[in-house]
Write a protein that binds this ligand. Structure first.
Ligand code: FAD
Ligand code: NAP
Ligand code: SF4
Length: 672
């Protein structure tokens, strides 16, 4: 057994779990409508089959006021139970266990009926909440208890009471949001009565044989949160009140310190849970950026927690636990913490999925089933689109040849993986390397495919996934050797001077800026440095765990430029763009909009900014001005009458990302 701690059973009293893996709560967008519960049942069943010890649903509200958004998922009436029964039955048939998360959104509710301890608007929602009356507080506690009883009747093995991340319970606990003068506000002891009463009365109502997980905010990361002494006191009281497990919550949603994005170090907050060990007897769960078995095993072996929670990693690979148990962690499709298809979707009211696993939350619709007739298929280009397509074609039983002119698979992921904070992209390449081999795909590297070789290859069908070419920008002096493309920097590793202007502020412009300002090694691989740079107090001596951020001196002076008007990075991904902007701000990168590029010479880059001429005294310019489809081969093949499918950047380069490339490749493969 490679991971003895991870696969040690855990006796909760109510039930013995087969391992220490908790699938953490993750809103998928399928919780909100009764008609989606069959899809949700298939999603959970697949993960139960994959061997996870205990799962938690996305947040379900105990009342209309507690909705996350209008008509969000709630369990308040007896007739809501049958839809939940579909989930619990599906999980139990597979031998799994599932708890329902009770989530009252409080002032984070995105609707006009939201309530909170006090009438204080959150910085991330447009609605001002109504302050609960004293009777309203009692009614809300009853709502939690009633919801838990309905959950038990619907067949759940337990509930998770969501007490962190800045939702209602957390709002009661923190002085920041609780300015009440009745019995539910005032000093820390009175502010924490609300969660204690919820857990105590829930335990009374549901009996001893039902799991109650309490998600405890162990690090608020916002001004006016709890101090460590208060957190320990609350944990002890929650244990006495009857919780079976304490799960960790890190940071309110309005916190300006990243907690789960890919640039957060792996297990970057497990030390917080570790500090609580020994203070309570019930099992503690560590969370945040735990994505591989060795990371999980290390936390458990170090005694920092009794269980590990992973939400997104089980979106990425439903069979995560079984693969780890079999000692085949190299086969795990690792969550790269990009948020692009999960949280970004949820925040845009779209169904969640996963960049590296487009089947996530689409289990009933996107199936990789054996092909009716085995075909010989060539896939040209081993970037994300080609790798995903070839491995799914192989899985279906086709005879697949994957050709790339480069010496390694991965396409642009080989550039992305070099960006500080994008180290996880290595894992996707490792996964596909194994997956392609396991699916019997014949991978031919260092070969440029052309019309002749493809015509002579005897293929039934050809998939073109040849990606993109970087867009060229022409201005006087742009042919100077000091004007570089992003591939000169990331692929050819040409020397770059101390002062650099970057033309283009899209995803690649931001990434190249981070690459140029950061001195190796990346802070993402060093928890102590990362917490220092972002202002997290590892000693937990300061309230909320906040201390002044101390970013390291930038390795270069960088100007990031765009022609259009508006904030730079406005089009970056919804839940991660702010982290990139904050990183570059901390590194004192100058961001300019409304820029015209005039010429480059020995003085630097001559520009006009909002109509005013300026010289940026730079040693180099790096062009990150977008991409165009590399379709030449596709067009030649089509003209020659071959059956051709075009995917990824070769199809459409505008707004291309790996999510679209992998999704398109997988979906095509499911139909051939
Ligand atoms: P590509 O990855 O471009 O692959 C095309 C492949 O085709 C290449 O390997 C090439 O060698 C091969 N090829 C071309 N012509 C031939 C031929 N004739 N014969 C044989 N082989 C050929 N996306 C995200 O979603 N999230 C991110 O965080 C992210 N970060 C990025 C950071 C950087 C620095 C860069 C450069 C890109 C990033 N991207 C990111 C974009 C993402 O990598 C691309 O959208 C994705 O790689 C496109 O996949 P693709 O398969 O269409 O093409
Ligand atoms: P992009 O996002 O389209 O950005 C291109 C930038 O170049 C823009 O700032 C654009 O703004 C500028 N530009 C366009 N044409 C220009 C021209 N002719 N002259 C000067 N400037 C020009 O493209 P990208 O940064 O190359 O990224 C490529 C794809 O990879 C994107 O679709 C992106 O989603 C994906 N990607 C994603 C991530 C991620 O973290 N999710 C990271 C990297 C890449 P102006 O026109 O205003 O100057
Ligand atoms: Fe992980 Fe990205 Fe998939 Fe979300 S979309 S589960 S963050 S790999």
């Amino acid at each position: 057994m490679k991971y003895p701690n991870l696969f040690a059973p855990l006796d909760l009293g109510q039930v013995t779990l087969p391992n220490r893996i908790l699938m953490g709560s993750m809103h998928t967008g399928l919780e909100d409508k009764a008609r989606d519960f069959d899809k949700l049942a298939a999603y959970f069943a697949e993960r139960a089959r994959g061997g996870v010890g205990l799962m938690v649903t996305g947040g379900i509200s105990p009342s209309i006021e507690g909705w996350l958004k209008p008509f969000g998922g709630r369990l308040t009436m007896p007739w809501h139970k049958p839809r939940h029964r579909k989930l619990t039955d599906a999980v139990h048939v597979e031998g799994g266990r599932i708890c329902m998360q009770i989530l009252h959104a409080g002032r984070y509710g995105y609707h006009p009926l939201s309530v909170a301890p006090s009438r204080i608007k959150s910085p991330i929602t447009p609605f001002t909440p109504r302050a609960l009356s004293t009777r309203g507080v009692e009614r809300t506690i009853d709502d939690f208890v009633h919801c838990a009883k309905l959950a038990r009747d619907a067949g759940y093995d337990g509930v998770e009471v969501m007490g962190s991340e800045g939702y209602l319970i957390n709002e009661f606990i923190a002085a920041r949001t609780n300015q009440r003068s009745d019995a539910w506000g005032g000093d820390a002891v009175r502010r924490m009565r609300f969660p204690i009463e919820i857990v105590r009365r829930t335990r009374e109502a549901v009996g001893r044989d039902f799991i109650i997980i309490y998600r405890l905010s162990m690090l608020d990361l916002v001004e006016g949160g709890q101090d460590w002494g208060e957190i320990v006191a609350l944990a002890k009281a929650i244990e006495v009140a009857g919780a079976s497990i304490i799960n960790t919550g890190i940071g309110w949603h309005e916190a300006r310190i990243p907690t789960i994005v890919t640039s957060v170090p792996r297990a970057g907050f497990a030390w917080v849970t570790g500090k609580l060990k020994g203070e309570v007897m019930i099992p503690l769960v560590a969370t945040n950026r735990i994505n591989m078995p060795d990371v999980a095993e290390r936390i458990l072996a170090a005694g920092e927690a009794d269980m590990v929670s992973m939400a997104r990693p089980l979106l990425a690979d439903p069979a995560w636990a079984n693969k780890a148990k079999a000692g085949r962690s190299e086969r795990i499709n690792t969550c790269i913490a990009c948020n692009q298809a999960c949280l970004d979707h949820v925040f845009q009211n779209k169904r969640a999925s996963c960049l590296v696993n487009p089947r996530a939350c689409h289990e009933t619709e996107l199936k990789i089933e054996p092909a009716r007739a085995r075909k010989r298929i060539a896939v040209v280009g081993a970037g994300p689109a080609g790798m995903a397509c070839a491995s799914a074609l192989g899985e279906r039983g086709h005879q697949v040849t994957l050709i790339d002119r480069a010496d390694e698979i991965g396409g642009q992921f080989n550039y992305a993986k070099q960006i500080p904070g994008k180290e996880e992209f290595h894992e996707t390449l490792r996964y596909f390397r194994h997956q392609l081999a396991n699916m019997g795909v014949d991978v031919r590297l260092g070969q440029t495919a052309d019309l002749t070789s493809l015509r002579n290859g005897g293929y039934d069908e050809v998939v073109i996934a040849t990606g993109i070419t970087p867009r060229q920008v022409k201005f006087p002096g742009s042919d100077d050797a000091r004007v570089l493309g992003y591939l000169d920097v990331l692929a050819r590793h040409q020397a770059v001077g101390a002062k650099v202007a970057i033309i283009g502020a899209g995803g690649i412009g931001f990434d190249v800026a981070e690459y140029l300002v950061e001195a190796a090694p990346s802070p993402t691989i060093d928890v102590t440095r990362w917490t220092r740079e972002w202002g997290v107090d590892m000693a937990l001596e300061r309230r909320s765990g906040l201390q002044p951020a101390r970013p390291e001196v930038p390795a270069r002076q960088v100007w990031l430029l765009q022609r259009s008007e508006g904030r730079l990075g406005a089009r970056l991904n919804k839940t991660t763009g702010w982290v990139h902007r904050a990183t570059l701000k901390a590194k004192r990168v100058t961001m300019l909009d409304k820029v015209s590029y005039e010429h480059f010479d020995d003085q630097g880059l001559h520009v006009t900014v909002d109509g005013k001429p300026q010289i940026l005294p730079v040693d180099n310019v790096v062009l990150c001005a977008g991409q165009e489809p590399n379709r030449r081969l596709a067009d030649e093949l089509i003209a020659a009458g071959l059956t051709v499918h075009v995917i990824g950047g070769a199809d459409v380069a505008a707004e291309l990302d790996a999510k679209r490339a992998i999704n398109q490749g997988t979906r095509l493969a499911s139909t051939i």
